[in-house]
Design a protein around this ligand. Structure first.
Ligand SMILES: CCCC/C=C\CC(=O)SCCNC(=O)CCNC(=O)[C@H](O)C(C)(C)COP(=O)(O)OP(=O)(O)OC[C@H]1O[C@@H](n2cnc3c(N)ncnc32)[C@H](O)[C@@H]1OP(=O)(O)O
Length: 306
C-alpha cells in the first residue's frame, strides 16, 4: 500500500513540475483572446441519447454534442447520468458507447474552451466530472463496448479505454490516442495507467511522449483497439451488437468479478485521491506555460480548418 502511495506521489510531482514554470500568471489570460473559441457551456440536456432494449439486454448510448462530441462539463455529466440510468435497469447487461454525429467523430476529447482561459470557479467541477465519468464507465457493472466510427483523441480515447472492448472503423483519417503532449499538457496518472494497461509500458511510454495518434491499423497492432470494421463489411453497429451478445452469455456475477480483478485497484486509487488530483489539475492547467501552448493549439486548429 505504501508503495502505491509513494509511486502516485512521484507521478503527481512529475505532473506538477511540468506546469510549475509560472504558476497562474493571469496576465496571459488577459493578453490572449481567441474570439472564435468562446465558452461553450451547455444549457440543455440533449447531448446524449440512451436506447435500452430489455429483450436483448443491450443499451446504446449515443453521443451527439455538435460539432465534435468534445467533453464539456455538462456533456460528461450527461454521459455519466446515462451510464447510471442503464445500470439501474436490471434487465440491461451491456452498453454500447457510440457517436451519432453525422461527421462520425467519436469524441474530440475534453472541450478545449474549458481548459483555455478557464472559468476558475467551474474548473474544479469540470475536472471532478471527468474523474466521475472515468469511474462510472471504467467501473461499470455492464459490459461496455466502444463503437468508434471516427477520431478519438485524448479524452475521446479515454472513453474507449474505459470500455471492455473497442471496435473501430478502418479509415486512416480516423485516429486514436492520447495526444496530450502535443497540446503541452499531460494525461493524469489514472488515464496514463489505462493506456499502459491496454497497450503495454513501452508502447505507452513512446506514445505518451510523442502524443501519437494511431491510425486504425496501428491501433490494432498495438492492441489499442480489438477489431476493425472495413467498409463493405457488416456495419460497426452490428458488430458491436454481436460482441455485446457474447458478453451477455457470461454469467453477470463472474463477469463483474473478473472486471474487478483488473480494474479494482486503479478505481480505488483515484476514488481515494480525487481532491488532490483536482487540485493538481487546476494548478497545472492555469499556468502561463500551459495556457500559452493551449492558445497556440487552438489557433492551429482554427487555421487548419481554413
Ligand atoms: C490537463 C490534463 C488533461 C488531460 C486529459 C485530456 C485532454 C484532452 O482531451 S484535450 C482535447 C484534445 N483534443 C484534440 O486535440 C482534438 C482536436 N480536434 C481535432 O483534432 C479535430 O477537430 C478532429 C480530428 C477531432 C476532427 O477533425 P475534423 O473532422 O476535421 O473537424 P474540425 O477540426 O473542423 O472540428 C470540428 C469543430 O469541432 C471543434 N473542436 C474540435 N475539437 C475540439 C475540442 N477538443 N474542443 C472544442 N472544440 C473542438 C473545432 O474547432 C470545429 O469547430 P467549428 O469551427 O465551430 O466547426
Amino acid at each position: 500500500m505504501s508503495v502505491h502511495v509513494s509511486q502516485s506521489a512521484h507521478k503527481i510531482q512529475l505532473w506538477r513540475r511540468l506546469g510549475s514554470v509560472q504558476y497562474r500568471d493571469s496576465s496571459l489570460l488577459q493578453r490572449q483572446h481567441l474570439s472564435s473559441f468562446s465558452s461553450k457551456a451547455d444549457r440543455n440536456d440533449d447531448l446524449v441519447t440512451l436506447e435500452a432494449s430489455p429483450d436483448t439486454g443491450v443499451a446504446t448510448l449515443r453521443m451527439h454534442r455538435s460539432p465534435a462530441n468534445s467533453l464539456s462539463m455538462e456533456m460528461m455529466q450527461s454521459i455519466s447520468g446515462a451510464i447510471r440510468k442503464a445500470e439501474s435497469d436490471r434487465k440491461i447487461q451491456s452498453l454500447i458507447l457510440t457517436s451519432s454525429l453525422p461527421s462520425g467523430i467519436f469524441s474530440a476529447g475534453l472541450e478545449l474552451t474549458e481548459l483555455y482561459q478557464p472559468d476558475l470557479a467551474r474548473l474544479p467541477k469540470f475536472w471532478e466530472s471527468f474523474q466521475q465519468l472515468y469511474l462510472d464507465l471504467y467501473g461499470s457493472r455492464l459490459s461496455t463496448i466502444a463503437s468508434i466510427g471516427g477520431p478519438a483523441p485524448a479524452a475521446g480515447c479515454m472513453l474507449s479505454l474505459s470500455c471492455d472492448y473497442r471496435i473501430m472503423t478502418d479509415n486512416p483519417k480516423c485516429t486514436i490516442g492520447l495526444n496530450e503532449s502535443q497540446l503541452g499538457i499531460v494525461a493524469p496518472p489514472w488515464l496514463a495507467q489505462q493506456y499502459i494497461d491496454v497497450i503495454g509500458n513501452r508502447n505507452a511510454e513512446l506514445a505518451l511522449l510523442l502524443g501519437t495518434l494511431f491510425t486504425p491499423q496501428q491501433a490494432l497492432t498495438v492492441g489499442l483497439v480489438d477489431e476493425l470494421v472495413c467498409s463493405g463489411d457488416s456495419s460497426i453497429d452490428e458488430m458491436a451488437q454481436r460482441k455485446a451478445a457474447e458478453f451477455i452469455r457470461i454469467p453477470p456475477k463472474a463477469r463483474v468479478a473478473a472486471k474487478e480483478l483488473t480494474r479494482g485497484t486503479q478505481i480505488a486509487k483515484l476514488s481515494g485521491n480525487r481532491e488532490e488530483d483536482t487540485e493538481f489539475f487546476c494548478s497545472f492547467v492555469t499556468t502561463d506555460t500551459v495556457q500559452k501552448t493551449l492558445g497556440s493549439y487552438l489557433e492551429m486548429l482554427a487555421k487548419r480548418k481554413k
